[in-house]
Design a protein around this ligand. Structure first.
Ligand code: NAP
Length: 193
């Protein structure tokens, strides 16, 4: 089975965006050695437009598939981008949109968990990038095998949580930890089952 990895940026207090999900206040930390390392290690997590802008054309290293909710995908649609991760197989969960805005993007309307389990069961050396947002991360929480949490040195006080899920403790084992001079901390956790 390949892994479902929730790769996500958040504040120190664990919010992935303001109460509406807007994470732009964190963007100012996406620079310098931190960004150079992330772009080299996880080039496939940079949206296609950004890859073109920054000259990132490396092969996919960790992921070949992306899953996101319509709330997250809509950010791309709003700026006229219908295939924001064209270097990955793109899946978008939505019940309200029945026709995909792009032939490269497959919509998932029914049985999100079952469809993700099918993707995990595929024979591939690369894993699945769960992009978010909060709602589908909450719905897929039991399927998440790995967390890569990019913590930015900001506190929101309130906002959109990492998981839109109910209370239930789940254990994870800490793996790689990297701290950068700009205050960003990147931690990798594996789900203990
Ligand atoms: N900090 C970060 O790194 C980061 C990363 C990604 C996203 N975000 C933020 O997250 C926000 C979006 O999060 P969100 O929680 O509002 O939305 P979301 O999780 O991206 O998407 C929710 C939508 O997905 C669809 N959906 C949910 N469950 C489904 C199911 N079981 N089957 C089929 N479709 C399903 C529904 O779409 P329909 O309403 O169309 O039916 C639902 O409205 C954005 O504002 C973005 O900025 C932050």
């Amino acid at each position: 089975m390949r892994k479902l990895t929730y790769y996500i940026a958040c504040t120190i207090d664990g919010f992935i965006g303001d109460p509406e999900g807007d994470a732009t206040s964190m963007f100012k930390f996406a620079d310098g050695p931190y960004m150079e390392w992330m772009n080299a290690e996880y080039p496939e997590t940079v949206p296609t437009q950004g890859r073109q802008m920054f000259g990132i054309d490396g092969e996919n290293r960790h992921f070949d598939t992306i899953v996101q909710g319509m709330g997250s995908y809509r950010l791309a649609l709003d700026i006229g981008v219908t295939s924001p991760y064209s270097h990955l197989r793109e899946y978008v969960a939505t019940r309200s949109t029945t026709e995909s805005p792009d032939p490269a993007v497959e919509l998932i309307a029914d049985d999100l968990v079952g469809r993700v389990r099918e993707l995990k069961a595929e024979d591939s050396p690369l894993d699945i990038y769960l992009c978010g947002g909060s709602t589908i991360a909450g719905e897929l929480i039991e399927e998440i095998d790995e967390l890569i949490i990019k913590t930015y040195p900001q506190v929101y006080g309130t906002g959109m949580p990492m998981f839109g899920a109910g209370f239930e403790p789940r254990d994870f084992e800490l793996g790689d930890v990297r701290a950068f001079d700009n205050g960003v901390l990147v931690r990798t956790y594996t789900r203990k089952r």
